[in-house]
Structure formats: C-alpha cells, structure tokens
Design a protein around this ligand. Structure first.
Ligand SMILES: [Zn+2]
Length: 188
C-alpha cells in the first residue's frame, strides 16, 4: 500500500497540469549571447522605434513587443526609470505604469481579440525575471488551443516577421492613444 499523500502532486504532475506554451524561438534567447546593457534602457525614452519593437511611450513608461514572445502579441510595459524596486517606485510613475498596463490590455482586446490574457510581473531572478534589474510587466494574449497551435506555426526563422507584423498591427492602436499634438510617434 502506498504511503503517498493523496494531496501531494509530484513536480512532473504539476508541470503537466500547467498549460505551458511551447515557444521554441525562446531558445535563441536562452542560449544566445545576451546584448550588454538593459534592453529597456538602450533606447532614448521618448522615441517609438520599430526596430526596437517600441510601440508606445508615456511620460514614465513604455510599451514594447517581447522579441522572444511566448505568444503572438506578447507585450512588456516598463518604467523609463531603471529600477527593480516596485515598492519604492514613486506614485506618479506607478500610476502611469498601471494606466498604461490597463490601456495595453484594452488595445490587445481590440486589436487581436484574444480569449484571455496572462498579465504579470516577475520580481527577481528567483521568480523568473529574465531581466531582473528593470521592472517590467508581461501581457500575453491567449487563445483557446494556443498551446497546440503555437508549435505548428512557431519557428525561429519566421518569428522576426511575425514580430513586425504584430508591431504594425498594434502601432495604430497605440498611436490613437496619444493625445498630444507634438506626438513622438512621428519620430522614427
Ligand atoms: Zn533598464
């Protein structure tokens, strides 16, 4: 007779219970050379740059596509400030980030019609943050069956085009967000 706790779940069982997206192009990121410097800090904070997948900037935050996405439309929202400290983030910056996060969710709903989304923040390397030194929220659109669908369409060599397709799809939605006439979206 087994003495195993009926409530205990082995790590293998736990793994199989989760709907883990299989994103093979992420191996390029995991195995590849890391670019020195912080990806959230390499571009001037007030420019929309297609090549860097930056879709939107606000006074305190920016929205960019994840270059190594878990799914189509995987976006990241980060403060301009290079910090890992959520608790010490000034209120005005936190509010700006949360507003931008909410707008991003709304825009993804309009633009890509996902069935659901994963929205989250990994604080620290131990929590899974790939870039632990600079706060960033992930927004990952999800579709029913995408765990089966993505391996079929996903391949390292086609992903860059998918990224720019995603970028071009989403940019008009973010452009419409900006209300100031001296719009930074006109810069390239
Ligand atoms: Zn940074």
């Amino acid at each position: 007779m087994s003495t195993r706790d009926p409530n205990a779940v082995s790590s293998r069982e736990a793994e199989s219970d989760r709907t883990v997206l299989w994103a093979p192009w992420r191996m390029q990121y995991i195995d590849g050379e890391k670019t020195p410097g912080c990806i959230f800090c390499v571009s001037p904070e007030s420019t929309i740059v297609r090549e860097r997948l930056i879709l939107h900037v606000t006074p305190y935050s920016r929205v960019m596509l994840n270059k190594y996405p878990y799914n189509n439309g995987h976006l990241m929202i980060a403060p301009h400030r290079h910090t890992a400290d959520l608790v010490e983030l000034p209120e005005v910056e936190f509010s700006d980030l949360m507003r931008t996060l909410r707008q991003t969710v709304a825009l993804l709903q309009q633009a890509m019609h996902p069935h659901g989304m994963n929205v989250g923040l990994n604080l620290g390397t131990s929590a899974g943050a790939g870039i632990a030194d600079h706060l960033h929220w992930h927004v990952v659109p999800r579709w029913a069956g995408d765990t089966n669908f993505m391996p079929v369409v996903g391949a390292v060599h086609v992903m860059p085009q998918h990224l720019l397709d995603n970028y071009d799809l989403l940019l008009p939605y973010f452009t419409a967000l900006s209300s100031t006439p001296t719009d930074i979206h006109n810069q390239k």
